[in-house]
Write a protein that binds this ligand. Sequence first.
Ligand code: HEM
Ligand code: HEM
Length: 162
Amino acid sequence: MTRYHPSLVALHWLMALLIAVLLSSGGLAPTRMHVVGGAIAAGLLALRIVVRLAMTRHLPTSVDRKWRKRAAKCVHVGLYVLVGGAVVSGIGVAIEADLLAAYIDNRAVHGFSEGALYALHVALTDLLLIAILGHLAAAFWHQFIRKDRILSKIWFGKPESE
Ligand code: HEM
Ligand code: HEM
């Protein structure tokens, strides 16, 4: 089993950490922190898409059944799409609530939950949480039940090591 390129590995875990913080802090943390975190997620996602597209021909091999490969591909693409959707709808929420003007005037903002884009942001982030739980369950099944050391694929080390 080969590994993902170290740049993809680093981006994967940075993003996993940030998404965990954003998912658990949305609605709780001061909105400003959430928005800054969301902006960093947008940057990391853009970088990750560029790196991922450049790596298409150097991705690790998978020795799995066809349907599992397909399921993994759907979930992986879904994760990229949902993170993108969360970022775009989050920016929509900020525009709808005129957050930038409120920050400049140092005004508190209330009533996010009334906007349609907020409902979309919540729906997309809920779907993202479900996709991540499925992704985690699959990773743990491989690692601890099938014992195929899948986690080493997404960790640092020699590219060709077993
Ligand atoms: C603690 C949580 C996580 C664990 C244990 C984990 C584990 C893994 C593993 C083992 C792989 C390699 C799968 C393979 O290629 O066969 C992988 C790939 C991947 N993971 Fe995660 N992951 C976690 C969180 C996340 C999060 C939060 C996201 C996105 C929001 C994510 C997105 C991806 C994507 C898109 C891939 C495919 C590689 C790529 O195209 O970049 N993961 N993950
Ligand atoms: C991957 C990125 C993101 C995730 C996972 C995420 C997640 C969340 C969650 C879970 C909520 C709480 C929803 C609820 O009340 O149930 C929320 C609220 C919100 N998000 Fe995001 N978000 C992301 C990106 C963004 C971005 C980029 C912006 C703006 C530029 C943004 C702006 C907001 C605002 C204004 C709220 C409502 C105020 C608040 O609850 O703090 N989000 N987000």
